[in-house]
Design a protein around this ligand. Structure first.
Ligand SMILES: Nc1ncnc2c1ncn2[C@@H]1O[C@H](COP(=O)(O)OP(=O)(O)OP(=O)(O)O)[C@@H](O)[C@H]1O
Length: 264
């Protein structure tokens, strides 16, 4: 569905050039949740921006259904870490969710039902008329998720969306992501620096090296589809995977196999 082909990106040029991404190859298939982890500053945000079409890579390409991405495709939505900057503070919750839907020119009734359904899915039905400033951080990030859901993207890109949210709310939001993935058969790319989160949410984990960044390996996550914050994290397989991701981030040369270029 979405493929990075020899994707590279260098900021600046000459003596001041910084090779953020060296050579990235992977494919995300329909209905998968792929998490992306790596050491701090390895270029996760740069990767997500190039995958989304927000930024053109300096080398290689990204294809979506086989077509090269040159701008943000209609079927793609993003949720950013900084919810306070991604929501419009002067619009109500409902109007924030409505805003990107203008692009779709939907009939009035469908617009209404999409907004209602998205707000219900994130548990914010009773808060539609409030403004972002009247909500907690976790609730604001729910609004950003509702906005993406109402848009019904084919693929959702999430850039460390829960990094600045307290641990308990974060777990609730992780479960919300799993629930909406299931319910809307959504394809999701989830960037995080949290190893537990990367394993808990994913069908596959892409582990990146430090810059110039490459894919160290792509791990399958053979955990049960139904996940639970306590029992899933107690499973020996979860503990093994968590350890493996942590080791590969620290010691990328321990990767068992050469980088897998395609989906598992
Ligand atoms: N606009 C820019 N100009 C120059 N260098 C940049 C620019 N944006 C990012 N970089 C550099 O590219 C590298 C990768 O940055 P990026 O933000 O993509 O990493 P990250 O993995 O998301 O970081 P973090 O782990 O801190 O969230 C960093 O060294 C950063 O300083």
């Amino acid at each position: 569905m979405l493929t990075a082909n020899h994707l590279s990106h260098t900021y600046g040029s000459g003596a001041g050039a910084h090779a953020a991404l060296a050579d990235i190859d992977f494919t995300v298939e329909q209905g998968e949740l792929v998490s992306i982890v790596g050491p701090s500053g390895c270029g996760k945000t740069t990767l997500l921006r190039t995958l989304s079409g927000l930024m053109r890579p300096t080398g290689g390409s990204v294809t979506f259904h086989g077509d090269e991405i040159v701008e943000v495709p209609t079927g793609l939505a993003m949720v950013f870490q900084d919810y306070s900057r991604s929501l419009y503070p002067w619009l109500t919750v409902e109007d924030n969710v409505r805003f990107p839907l203008r692009r779709l020119h939907l009939p009035k009734e469908e617009l209404r039902s999409r907004i209602d359904e998205a707000l219900a899915a994130v548990g914010l039905t009773g808060h539609a008329a409030k403004y972002p400033g009247q909500l907690s951080g976790g609730m604001q990030q729910r609004v950003a998720i509702a906005r993406a859901l109402a848009y019904r993207p084919e693929i959702l890109l999430m850039d460390e969306p829960f990094a600045s949210i307290d641990a308990q709310t974060r777990e609730d939001l992780e479960d919300l992501v799993l629930e909406v993935k299931q319910r809307f058969s959504m394809t999701i790319i989830f960037v995080t620096h949290d190893i537990d989160e990367s394993v808990y949410l994913a069908d596959r984990v892409v582990v990146l090296s430090k810059p110039p960044t490459r894919v160290v390996t792509i791990l399958d996550v053979p955990l049960p589809g139904e996940r639970d914050q306590i029992s899933t994290k107690e499973l020996p397989e979860f503990i093994r995977l968590r350890g493996e991701v942590a080791r590969l981030i620290r010691h990328p040369r321990d990767a068992q196999e050469p980088v897998a270029a395609a989906a598992g």
